[in-house]
Each structure stands twice: as structure tokens, then as C-alpha cells.
Write a protein that binds this ligand. Sequence first.
Ligand code: COS
Length: 380
Amino acid sequence: MIGFSLSEDQEQLRARARAFAETEIKPAAAHHDRTGEFPIEIMQKAFDAKLMSEGIPKEYDGPGLSNLDAALMTEELGAACMGIGTCIMANSLALAPIILFGGAAQKERYLRPHARAFRIAAFALTEREAGSDAGAAKTTAVRDGDHYVINGDKCFCTNGGFADFYVVFASTNPDRGPLGMSAFIVERDMGVEVGKAEDKMGQRASNQVELHFRDVRVPTENLLLKEGRGFQVAMGTLDRTRAGTAAGAVGIARRALEEAVKYANERVQFGAPIVKNQAIQFKLADMAMKVEAARLLAWQAAWMADHGVRQTKEAAMAKCYAGDVAMEVTTEAVQILGGRGYSREYPVEKLMRDAKLMQIYEGTQEIQRLVIAREVAKGR
Ligand code: COS
């Protein structure tokens, strides 16, 4: 059986997320884009509206939303401002390894407080010399009695400047590459130093920082899963979160299409609205097709995750296709608006800048294609 209709609860969630995005995010988007100010008050409101940390299970006092629910919600955030959407979503990326791989005591200690009060967590995988090649990370964790001592540097850590704990990937056995990596929950006040913040082209509301670890002592009970299983934690987490990232990209693309349709209906040239021109109609048709196809891929990957079906390939397909669609559709929207599209007075140039990051973060498009190709080659 296959169906594309949403349940009543899902329709309500989507309507609630859309109303929140329209009233709280959209009006603030240009300000945060211009200033790069971190939208902490909006995030607090999103948390109060149960639109943040949404994956924390109900048994830990969280909203307990499914992956498909999260995708519906994230599309709405992306349509309003993906910079702010990323700030909200990044909490889910940091909490996912604990939800998926944490032990009961770790869940109690780190999920319940995040469900009960507004707090920020961050996922620290990337390093200067280990971006796409995540398994080449140089940060180390050395066992010392009932602690691990972590040394190294991370970068591009989203929300890292405001987090009170981090999921950090460090090598406990550097000779074994990816298979020597381990994952740890590291509280900021264990000694994490926050470094330089990135000054970015788009998604300027979001915060990406360097993190420095100098003899940071972490209790052994903060090791996730087991020594040497950190890469599996990282990959398993990214498999799970990529459907949501894809949905955010769909949101950007949908908004660009909406802006282009509005403008094409209003803008009169040669005595008629430009929407009457076949050149514009074909662009709008292609944009609409791509938005729908990207949404279906995102929903499929989310649905598979909700039903416990392996979705490494489908999550990578969704993230890759939706990221490319966001870039293509926003570029076409700028073209349809012409000079006004290029001007900061209209929202589409921001959508185009925001879209670019969807082809880069949570694994570049090239890495997604690599993951898809490996899965396809194995006959999956
Ligand atoms: N789920 C669970 N475990 C996985 C996995 C997955 N999807 N993919 C890999 N692993 C585990 C496996 O245990 C694997 O060992 P086996 O092949 O023996 O089973 C091990 O990890 C090593 O995997 P692999 O050999 O594929 O590692 P590579 O070094 O070749 O790298 C890529 C794999 C390129 C896919 C990985 O480095 C990657 O995803 N890079 C991008 C990182 C990223 O997305 N960064 C964004 C930052 S987060 S915002």
C-alpha cells in the first residue's frame, strides 16, 4: 500500500510550523541575514512551540516527533529563513547520536534536560584537514583511568558558540583511521574553548565556530556506544538527519518558486504580465517539478527511517537532489525577477545565497553521490 496524504496530526503540525515560520521567522530573516546576529530569542520561542529538539522521545519528556514530522516542520522553517532553520535543526543533529546510540543513563542526563528547558547542543565532527574525509580526523582521546583526555581542534561546528554540550568525534586508535574513532558527549564547562566564528555568504543567522580541546577530561561514562564505533555513530546520525536537511532545501526552493510566481503575475512588460510568456512558464514548470520531486525523496527517506528500513542511499539521494534543486530553483527565481532579483530589496538573492550551503553542509553533494554510488554498486 502506498499513500501520499498526511494524517490530521501531521496537517496540524505543518500548519503550526507554517504559522510560526510566518510570524516569528520570516519578518526577522532580513535582519539576521544583514547582521549575522544569532537568533536565540526565536530559537527559544521555537522550543516553547515544540518545534525544536523535536526528536527527543516522549519518555524523556520530548515532543517525540517522527522523521516525517520533522521533515514537514523543517520545510516550513526553510521557506521562512534557512539560516534560522539551521540554528533550530542543528540541535536535532547533536541530539540524534544520543537518541540513536546513547545508553539509558546518557539519555537521562542529556536528553531530559534538553526536553524540559531551552538549551543548545552541537555536533563536532569536521576538522580543518578532515572535512569530506571525516575518518581522517586528528583529534585524539586517550584513556586515563576513569576519564578520556581529548586534544585537538574542530571547525564549522554549527551552534558551537552557544552550546552547553557537544558530541565530539575523536580517535582512540589513530592507526585504525575511521575504525579508530570514538564519540563522546563533552560538556562545555569540561574545558572546551570556543574559537573564531565564520563570516559566511549565506545562512548568516547560523553560527559556525572553531572549537579547541586542550587536555579536556571527559568521564568514561560519556563515551557513546563503544570505543572504535564513533564513525558508525557519525554515519548513522547523518543517514538519519539528511532527510530533514533535504526538507529544509525543499523549503528554500518552494519559497523561491512562490516569490517567482508572485512576481511573474505582477510584472507587466510588453503590455502583459510576464507569466504569459512561454519562456517564464517553462521555467516555472521546471521549478515546480523539481520542488515536488525533491519533497517526495525527502519524505521517502524520512518514512524509511521511521519504519526502521535502511535508508543510507535514499537519505543521500534526498539530500543531494534537494540541495541541487534549491540552488537551481533559487537561481531561476533570481533570473525571473531580473534586476530586482539581484537586489537586496527582494528576498530571492538571499534564498540563492542560503541555498548554496545546502550543497555543502551535512556532506557535500560529491560525498552524497559517492555514498549513493557505493550503495548502488552493492546492489542496494
Ligand atoms: N552507517 C553506519 N556505519 C557506517 C556507514 C553508515 N552509513 N558508513 C560507513 N560506516 C562505518 C562502517 O563500519 C565502515 O566499515 P565497514 O565498511 O567495514 O563496514 C566504516 O564506517 C568505514 O566506512 P568507509 O570505509 O565507507 O569510510 P570512508 O573513509 O571511505 O568514508 C565517507 C566514507 C566518505 C562516506 C565519509 O567520510 C563521509 O560521510 N564523509 C562526509 C562527512 C560529512 O558528511 N560531514 C559533514 C559534517 S556534519 S555537519
